[in-house]
Design a protein around this ligand. Structure first.
Ligand SMILES: [Zn+2]
Length: 313
């Protein structure tokens, strides 16, 4: 099937300082690769209608943090922590990407596309309620999930985060809720430190956070076993109305930061399984958001297999 592709590489307004791994090029390179491949004709590049997303972003992030982020950009930029840079354009870039995540949810629920890949940056899954961290400024995945619940009244949204790092910010956003089920596979122990199996949610959210910590060097077989034994059964029980993928490709074996052992096909295989669940429970609806991934060929190969399966009926 044709899938929506929204490219927001933000190469002009969110430019990495020299030597920083979170560059626009890591996304541009991967997009060029897929746009020049045999799947290009099924990728429909488009720009969604602009939406007002301040209310939703305000549910995920503290107003004070948002104004600090804005002021840091206005004052010429700086660092939120040792590795999270802000340039003069970074606030606008992060805001636009988060807003576009909300627009993408509208387009999926509204039936424009069943599946959309948002090729945006800066990344988001480490961004917490009141601070950015780990290259992340605004939590795009959390904003998208919140939009699905608040704007479209969905009762069950599943997030699958396979970025090699634990999505601490996303987990904390919904830790006490059952309407958004957060599932993460990640290297552990590793940055940012959270993501133990014992972190399962709290109160009404107990049992709606599923962490699958994996040791350094884990390969595809173990990832697929986690899907078969834990993730797919959990999703089948939950019966999601929308699946959101936090698609980092930094568990690829070529990644300079990740230290895992996946090849590109595994990202396709994991996607295929989520497509099956989406077809079974939610009319095939999946929103996928680009996240980490710092190897140019690793991202290109992983994205190719991810999108190839995402466009299967
Ligand atoms: Zn990552």
């Amino acid at each position: 099937m044709k899938i929506g592709l929204i490219a927001l590489v933000q190469d002009e307004i969110h430019q990495a300082p020299a030597g920083h791994p979170e560059t626009a090029h890591r996304l541009v390179f991967a997009l060029n690769h897929v746009m020049n491949s045999d799947i290009a004709s099924s990728l429909i590049s488009y720009i969604p209608l602009e939406v007002e997303a301040g209310t939703i972003i305000g549910k995920i992030h503290d107003e004070k943090y948002i104004s600090i982020l804005k002021k840091t950009a206005e004052n010429g930029g700086g660092y939120l922590d040792g590795d999270t840079y802000v340039t003069t354009g970074s606030f606008a870039a992060a805001w636009e990407t988060a807003e576009t995540a909300v627009a993408a949810v509208n387009d999926i629920i509204g039936g424009k596309f069943k599946r959309i890949f948002l090729a945006g940056r800066p990344p988001g899954h480490h961004a917490e309620y009141n601070h950015g961290m780990g290259f992340c400024l605004i939590n795009n995945t959390a904003v998208a999930a919140e939009a699905a619940v608040t704007n479209h009244k969905l009762a069950r949204v599943a997030i699958v985060d396979w970025d090699v790092h634990h999505g601490n910010g996303t987990q904390h956003s919904f830790y006490d809720r059952s309407d958004i089920y957060f599932i993460s596979l990640h290297r552990y122990p590793f940055y940012p430190g959270s993501g133990a199996t014992s972190e399962r949610g709290t109160g009404k959210g107990e049992g709606f956070t599923l962490n699958i910590p994996l040791p350094q060097g884990t390969g595809g077989e173990i990832y697929l076993r986690a899907f078969a034994e834990k993730i797919i059964p959990a999703l089948e029980k939950y019966a999601p109305e929308l699946i959101i993928i936090t698609a980092g490709f930094d568990a690829h074996r070529d990644d300079p930061l990740g230290g895992m052992d996946l090849d590109g096909e595994i990202f396709g295989e994991m996607t295929r399984q989520l497509v099956n669940v989406a077809n079974q429970f939610c009319d095939g609806r999946i929103l996928s958001l680009f996240e980490g991934g710092y190897s140019l060929p690793g991202n290109a190969q992983s994205l190719y297999f991810h999108l190839t399966e995402l466009m299967r009926k």
